[in-house]
Design a protein around this ligand. Structure first.
Ligand SMILES: Nc1nc2c(c(=O)[nH]1)N[C@H]1C(S)=C(S)[C@@H](COP(=O)(O)OP(=O)(O)OC[C@H]3O[C@@H](n4cnc5c(=O)[nH]c(N)nc54)[C@H](O)[C@@H]3O)O[C@H]1N2
Ligand SMILES: Nc1nc2c(c(=O)[nH]1)N[C@H]1C(S)=C(S)[C@@H](COP(=O)(O)OP(=O)(O)OC[C@H]3O[C@@H](n4cnc5c(=O)[nH]c(N)nc54)[C@H](O)[C@@H]3O)O[C@H]1N2
Ligand code: SF4
Ligand SMILES: [Mo]
Length: 701
């Protein structure tokens, strides 16, 4: 029986705020209570409060499972049977089809140690280029835009507590009142000062607290950002001195924005010109001002350009890299930041370095004890990888660590077909997720409270999550699994350590000199409670809470304006699909819901999919509040309970994406990708609404 022995200071298993909590022994499990910490200041949301439930839930996995044949049900098997079978299949596929026949799909919720070892496992033990992760669906557009503008991407390049002093904050496509409730504590002072501006097509609980809520049509943010830049220029709000000293490219960006005067922008976005001027004045007139973006403006087929447009506005107003001001993107998953730094991304090596950089390859190969020439090159992005599964030139096996794409990937029914076309699907998870339930082999892994590991929060601060409880006897850590497979694939045992602290020591060395340099961080420093924001390039280095104060990370030290222009939605509405569908989150469920749908308290708060719609639009579809609707797009249909909301725009509907089977929003979403970040367009597709009793269409793209 598992037993916790002592009270342990740890962090929440879910989002990037990484609220601090104390895990106290409570029978076979732990009880969690909030702990004082700068990000959450003693607060937790409902998900944090209930985070111990899955540790002992009947729904958690407790033994490996395998299917003897494709059409047979999953059955309990021993670890050696499971790992031997996987290794034998992987070896066969490699011999018959080459190393790229095996793919790996990671997650931004797993620890730095796991993300690092997963990337190493793919490149060294499998020799495959075919690895990517769910962060591609999350942060990639903001990361791409941040790298372009500043030469480096750290979600918030300043501590969240800096926001407490702000005079104005522009929050674009973010709903932290539901997605990071304790974060709202940092926005309360600015909201009370009348300086909070929220840009969201919906009147969210966050927008309720704003002095100014701009409500654009989904997908029109870029035009709105250009309108705000236009207003800032015409009102003389541009910080000329800053622009001259610290940036390049305003003239080119202005050439585009000059054509987007606020009245024209009003026609495209629906946001009144006067409100655009008000927003520009509030932001441009404030002494300490911030622009913050999140998924609402990033998850678009032109998401990286949209973020560039918001960064352009911030640069024109002289915010990034100034004390008390800045631009930041709100990272989402628990380790969304660290997860994109240590090599589970298709084009990346540890330390946030590029896989195609010969210097980085040589250095990391040396740490790994391999020949740099043996390291594969960049592979496919997440959706492209899923789309290629089982095709003649695509992977024939996939190993999933920390994602549930059957629910969370766009065009989910198609993704499910691709998974079914594999020779071998292996899922390591804590629960029988929707993806695990269609796997050939399922490996039960330890949860947050049962293992040590580091997480990098939304501020780039590295945190130690500590073991508070022994796992159930037949459950193993992800590091253990990677070790077991690597050894079976002929790797020397020492190359794949199982102790998190040992893996971290290697990660430190492999990240040295990279943009996300962790070389000065140690478990000892983290245990001592040091606040270590990367880069930390030496053991005595104090870390870097605020970046860009002296210079941006481009060789010339200057930030770049990027000239970007508005374009229409990738999938316009038409007579058959007249509504703009956007998707996102509710407070009580997390992501694909694999974990939170196991928690009775959370299901009681939000247990099924709903569709938010204007009452008149519902009426036109023959629907009213509480009825079941069939929501359709060109890719599929799903069922959701109607929630009539008077503040919704007439032609916009919203679905949360947390629910399973016929309630999956992603049966509808459009997998068109941003050309730079390869982010799918989760936030805009054309849809229609009918009563659930209306006939099903059945045939889709
Ligand atoms: N409760 C809960 N909290 C979470 C998560 C969760 O699943 N549940 N997930 C975590 C993760 S991984 C992430 S990434 C974050 C995400 O955190 P957020 O980005 O705050 O979450 P979303 O709900 O995806 O999107 C935010 C808002 O974007 C709006 N939006 C939709 N389309 C547009 C548009 O075209 N333009 C603009 N400006 N806004 C638009 C939506 O109406 C929504 O209110 O949350 C983290 N926290
Ligand atoms: N329509 C629509 N779709 C979206 C979004 C949207 O806004 N709209 N948002 C996108 C975003 S921002 C994100 S981040 C993705 C997230 O979507 P997913 O990648 O599906 O995220 P999770 O549901 O967190 O899946 C994590 C899985 O890993 C398991 N897990 C947790 N911890 C561990 C661990 O330590 N090891 C292992 N092996 N497994 C673990 C969990 O039980 C769960 O099954 O969804 C994306 N999909
Ligand atoms: S805000 Fe995020 S980190 Fe904090 S308790 Fe909620 S889910 Fe956990
Ligand atoms: Mo995310």
């Amino acid at each position: 029986m598992s037993q916790a022995t002592a009270e342990v200071g740890t962090h929440c298993p879910y989002c990037a705020l990484q609220c601090a909590m104390t895990a106290t022994p409570a029978g076979a499990s732990v009880a969690v209570t909030p702990r004082e910490f700068p990000t959450n200041r003693g607060g937790l949301c409902q998900k944090g409060w209930t985070s111990a439930v899955p540790l002992t839930s009947p729904g958690r996995l407790r033994t490996p499972l395998a299917r003897p044949r494709r059409d047979a049900p999953l059955q309990p098997v021993s670890w050696s049977t499971a790992l031997d079978r996987i290794a034998a299949e992987l070896r066969r596929l490699r011999v018959d089809h080459g190393p790229d026949a095996v793919g790996v799909f990671g997650g931004g919720g797993i620890t730095n140690e796991k993300a690092y070892l997963l990337g190493k496992f793919a490149r060294v033990a499998l020799g495959t280029s075919q690895i990517d992760y769910n962060g591609r669906f999350c942060m990639s557009s903001a990361a791409a835009a941040g790298n372009r503008a500043f030469g480096l991407d750290r979600g918030l390049p300043f501590p969240v507590t800096d926001l407490d002093e702000a005079d104005a904050v522009l929050l674009v496509g973010a709903n932290p009142a539901e997605t990071m409730p304790p974060f709202m504590g940092h926005l309360r002072p600015v909201a009370e000062r009348g300086g909070l501006i929220v840009i969201d097509p919906r009147r969210t609980p966050t927008a309720e607290q704003a002095a100014l809520h701009l409500q654009p049509t989904p997908g029109t943010d870029l035009a709105l950002a250009l309108g705000l830049l236009h207003a800032a220029v015409s009102e003389g709000l541009v910080d000329q001195e800053y622009v001259a000293a610290r940036t390049t490219g305003l003239a080119e960006a202005w050439r585009v924005a000059a054509g987007w005067w606020p009245e024209r922008v009003e026609r495209v976005t629906g946001v009144a010109a006067a409100d655009q001027h008000r927003a520009a004045r509030l932001l441009g007139g404030a002494e300490r001002a911030y622009v913050l973006t999140a998924r609402g403006t990033e998850q678009h087929a032109n998401g990286s350009a949209m973020v560039s447009a918001w960064i352009n506005l911030a640069l024109a107003l002289g915010l990034p890299g100034m004390p008390g001001s800045g631009y930041g993107c709100l990272t989402g998953q628990g380790n969304g930041q660290g997860g994109r730094e240590h090599g589970q991304k298709a084009d990346q090596l540890p330390g946030y370095r590029r896989l195609d950089d010969p210097v980085a390859r040589a250095q990391v190969a040396e740490v790994w004890g391999v020949d740099p020439a043996e390291l594969p090159g960049p592979g496919r992005s997440a959706y492209e990888l899923l789309d290629a599964l089982g095709r003649p030139d695509g992977p024939r096996a996939l190993l999933v660590f920390g994602s549930n794409p059957v629910v969370s990937a766009p065009r989910a029914a198609h993704v499910q077909q691709r998974l079914a076309a594999l020779d071998l699907l292996v899922v390591a998870d804590v629960v029988l997720s929707d993806t695990a339930s269609v796997a050939d082999v399922v490996l039960p892994v330890t949860q947050w409270a049962e293992e040590d590991g580091t997480m990098t929060n939304l501020e780039g601060r590295v945190l130690l999550r500590r073991k508070a409880l022994d796992p159930p006897p037949e459950v193993r850590g992800d590091l253990d699994i990677l070790h077991g497979l690597a050894v079976r694939l002929g790797q020397p045992a020492h190359r794949f350590p199982v102790e998190p602290a040992e893996v971290f020591e290697e990660l430190r060395a492999a990240s040295a000199g990279g943009p996300a340099d962790y070389s000065g961080i140690s478990y000892a420093r983290l245990r001592a409670g040091e606040a270590l924001y990367w880069p930390v390039p030496a053991p005595e280095h104090p870390g870097t809470p605020r970046m860009f104060l002296d210079a941006f990370a481009h060789p010339d030290g200057r930030a770049r304006f990027v000239p970007v222009d508005h374009r229409g939605a990738a999938e316009p509405t038409d007579a058959e699909f007249p509504l703009v569908l956007t998707t996102g989150r509710v407070l009580a469920q997390y992501q694909s819901g694999a974990q939170t749908r196991l928690i009775p308290e959370l299901n009681a708060a939000a247990g099924e999919a709903h569709v938010e719609v204007h009452p008149d639009t519902a009426t036109r579809a023959g629907l009213s509040d509480g009825m079941l609707a069939r929501v359709r797009s060109r890719r599929g249909e799903m069922l959701a309970r109607v929630r009539c909301i008077a503040s919704m725009q007439l032609d916009v509907v919203f679905l949360p994406f947390h629910f399973a089977e016929t309630q999956r929003a992603n049966l509808l979403t459009n997998p068109v990708l941003d050309p730079v970040s390869r982010m799918p367009d989760f936030k805009v597709c054309a849809a229609r609404l009918d009563a659930a009793s209306a006939p099903s269409e059945g045939e889709f793209e």
